[in-house]
Design a protein around this ligand. Sequence first.
Ligand SMILES: *[C@@H]1O[C@H](CO)[C@@H](O)[C@H](O)[C@H]1NC(C)=O
Ligand SMILES: *[C@@H]1O[C@H](CO)[C@@H](O)[C@H](O)[C@H]1NC(C)=O
Ligand SMILES: *[C@@H]1O[C@H](CO)[C@@H](O)[C@H](O)[C@H]1NC(C)=O
Length: 177
Amino acid sequence: MAVFRITRWRLMSLIFGIKCCFLMVTLGVLVINSFTTQNIQSTLSSSLEFQEVSECCSCMEKWIGYQCNCYFISKEEMSWRESRDFCASQNSSLLQLQTRNELSFMNSSQTFFWIGVHYSEERNAWLWENGSILSKDLFPEFSNIRGEQCIVYSPSNTVSSDSCEYKNRYICKQLSI
Ligand SMILES: *[C@@H]1O[C@H](CO)[C@@H](O)[C@H](O)[C@H]1NC(C)=O
Ligand SMILES: *[C@@H]1O[C@H](CO)[C@@H](O)[C@H](O)[C@H]1NC(C)=O
Ligand SMILES: *[C@@H]1O[C@H](CO)[C@@H](O)[C@H](O)[C@H]1NC(C)=O
């Protein structure tokens, strides 16, 4: 009788022990799983951030990203000064072209847009907004004898000048960060 009781007790504690082990293993698996998931998630999000930066697609809504620059192509027409002020309010400036075909992504649009060049009678020269003189290499077609004029540019690679008071569409370019 006593032997039977002891065996039964042993059996029960054995079963209890097995259950315990099973629970420990389950817990272990759960903990390991949650760590792995976290790691994967943080790897994913950091690679996404990296992509955004490296592909330069972090332009504001309604802006066009092209070759690591963000452009705002206006639909409305404003005077040159109003256009300049709008761009400034968007932490950008009127377009400063680096090369004549910088806007090739605009499919040779024939529309003229204000860019960041105006004529200074005081200095008798075409000036960028930063005060530096427009290089003759970029726009060889401009002479230095003009009144109150500002430059319009069309992506089909034509430049002209207009009275700064005229209303034209305009292009802002975000200053690189
Ligand atoms: C311009 O930059 C300032 C300072 O960094 C920021 O507070 C503001 O929201 C920006 N404006 C726009 C339109 O992005
Ligand atoms: C002024 O802007 C023009 C056009 O982006 C640039 O070519 C020139 O180097 C700038 N000059 C200075 C002094 O920053
Ligand atoms: C240029 O043309 C392509 C293909 O026709 C079009 O997807 C794209 O939106 C156009 N770009 C602009 C700035 O109009």
